[in-house]
Design a protein around this ligand. Sequence first.
Ligand SMILES: Nc1nc2c(c(=O)[nH]1)N[C@H]1C(S)=C(S)[C@@H](COP(=O)(O)O)O[C@H]1N2
Ligand SMILES: [Mo]
Length: 155
Amino acid sequence: MVTVTGAIETTNRPAFDPFADALFQVLGVTFDRAYAFSRAELRTLPQQTLEVRYPNWPRSVTVAGPKLSNVLAAAGASGQEVLVQAVDGYAPSFALDDIAAFVLAIDADGQPLAVGGRGPVWLVYPRASDPVDDGASDAGLVWAMFHIGVGPDAP
Ligand SMILES: Nc1nc2c(c(=O)[nH]1)N[C@H]1C(S)=C(S)[C@@H](COP(=O)(O)O)O[C@H]1N2
Ligand SMILES: [Mo]
């Protein structure tokens, strides 16, 4: 459901394969080291619940999933920066120092997040629930994300 690549200690799958990794290929991303998290594995990590709202949304959404920091730790990530990439190519980067409260939501309002909606994974950032938030948090609401690149510089 989400693949962590780059500066990680633990891998559970082979390096980039241009045939098998079709979405990575289309988005121009390659990698040597990768750990692919299944939904079941994301579920085994402690789950956080957050109510998220944003000015242009019709309602708030209550999401749940593991903390980004715990997912990174499970893969043995080390570095300064993470790139969070979505299926539409949207791919903001964050300093590791800034992501302590980020959650990788896999459920919304009690239902699994779906591909075609905001799933399979939706990065949520608690500051998004502040209606007078600055623009900096927009990037912390990456829907349809599938890839986290870890690096000392932009992965
Ligand atoms: N995959 C993806 N996630 C995204 C975006 C996007 O274009 N693609 N837009 C971002 C922006 S600019 C904002 S303001 C927030 C909230 O926008 P929304 O109305 O699309 O949820 O989502 C963010 N997440
Ligand atoms: Mo935005």
